[in-house]
Design a binder for this molecule. Structure first.
Ligand code: HEM
Length: 373
């Protein structure tokens, strides 16, 4: 059977697409250019969110099915990189939005009330699937939770509510899946379940903490060698002592209020992060290290998106209350500051030491190098 030749307009649904920028009206003919821009940018951003979600599900599924094949890590890295590009583009759109002045926006803003980007079900899905926990969320500023903001005016669940409710059941989160993958990382050739694994991990942590303390003390000596007042010296000594104690406590997961089994698990994940970053030249660690870097780049892009949105909002509406009822810019700035998923990946940057100071490796052959003869 021969197939009918495809036309661009049939495949892309151009006419259907162009009919969607009318807001509450039957057509966009009577709307100002600013309002059509406002609707269009939001629609484009929702489409980018849709693509982010697709990549996110694929990457999460990959990490959620152990063992993660080495060759699959390259496609996971590509998926995360695409997510980063998409979110960076969303942030870039705020520049176009800023061609709209405060007065232009005020001309149609009241129509929206109480609608708000706070009701973007897809953004919430992305956050939930990444692993942002409900306890970490910043309240909108009135009595309702982010879920109740997704209900219709009559209290019935909207399609956005249903999407997010389904996503809350869709486990594991990417954070959980990646953490489990990290937990299984061989440290000095030893994997969980191997005889003596706990002792080998503990020995690595102590050796690493000692290397970190040595580097921190050297940096302190250099800082103290410049002319300083006694109170400056005291301040610096305190700061470096805090860094040294903090690094060891972090690696042992002593900063967490959790049971002993969870502490041991998190400690091993953190040790794995340091191990991968430190010995990234080993063939078997090269891709894991790329994954960690891509996750960091993605989260950085996400934070920049939140910050950029807040600055655009400040420019267009100042510090007035948002249509969704939040404190507006203050609320958005808090989300940029506090919403982090891959906290440990960030935290490890503070701990890394010069390559020449790294503890020596054991069982190098487990990572793809031939044993020396
Ligand atoms: C003139 C343009 C815009 C203004 C004045 C504005 C303002 C605001 C304000 C004040 C909030 C806080 C919630 C509230 O009280 O309403 C908010 C949230 C939000 N906005 Fe915008 N916004 C604009 C454009 C956009 C665009 C183009 C997007 C596209 C992605 C967007 C996405 C969001 C999202 C996802 C939230 C929820 C953030 C969160 O809860 O973490 N906004 N917006």
């Amino acid at each position: 059977m021969t197939r009918k030749p495809t036309a661009y307009w049939d495949y892309i649904k151009v006419e259907e697409l162009l009919a969607l920028q009318r807001g509450l009206e039957s057509s966009d003919a009577g709307l100002s250019n600013d309002e059509v821009l406002f609707i269009t940018v939001h629609q484009i951003d929702e489409l980018w969110f849709k693509l982010v979600l697709r990549e996110l599900v694929t990457v999460r599924n990959l990490f959620a099915t152990p063992p993660v094949p080495e060759q699959a890590l390259a496609s996971a890295a590509r998926g995360i990189r695409r997510m980063t590009q998409l979110i960076s583009h969303v942030a870039g759109h705020f520049e176009i939005m800023e061609t709209m002045t405060t007065r232009d926006y005020l001309a149609f803003r009241d129509k929206l009330n109480p609608a708000s980007g706070f009701q973007s079900g897809q953004l919430r899905e992305i956050e939930v699937l990444l692993g942002l926990s409900d306890v970490d969320r910043i309240p909108l500023g009135h009595e309702h939770s982010y879920m109740s903001a997704l209900k219709n005016q009559d209290g019935t669940p909207s399609s956005a509510y249903q999407r997010v409710a389904a996503r809350l059941e869709d486990k594991p989160t990417l954070l959980e899946a990646v953490s489990d993958w990290l937990y299984r990382t061989p440290i000095n050739g030893s994997t969980p379940g191997d005889a003596g694994d706990d002792a080998k991990v503990a020995a690595f942590i102590e050796a690493y903490a000692a290397a970190h303390a040595k580097c921190a003390n050297e940096a302190l000596a250099i800082a103290k060698s410049s002319t300083l007042t006694p109170s400056d010296v005291e301040r610096l000594e305190k700061r470096y002592a805090g860094e040294i104690a903090g690094a060891r406590a972090f690696l042992l997961a002593e900063d967490l209020d959790v049971d002993a089994a969870t502490r041991a698990r998190v400690s091993r994940q953190r040790a794995a992060l340091v191990f991968i970053e430190s010995y990234r030249e080993l063939p078997l660690l090269a891709w894991p290290r790329v994954i960690i870097d891509e996750l960091l780049a993605f989260e950085q892009a996400f934070v920049i998106f939140r910050q950029r949105h807040a600055r655009m909002v400040e420019r267009v509406i100042g510090r007035r209350t948002g249509t969704g009822g939040s404190s507006g810019v203050d609320y958005l700035d808090q989300t940029a500051l506090r919403y982090r998923i891959f906290r440990d990946v960030w935290a490890v940057r503070t701990l890394l030491v010069r390559q020449t100071e790294l503890p020596s490796l054991a069982n190098i052959e487990a990572y793809g190098f031939a044993t020396a003869t």
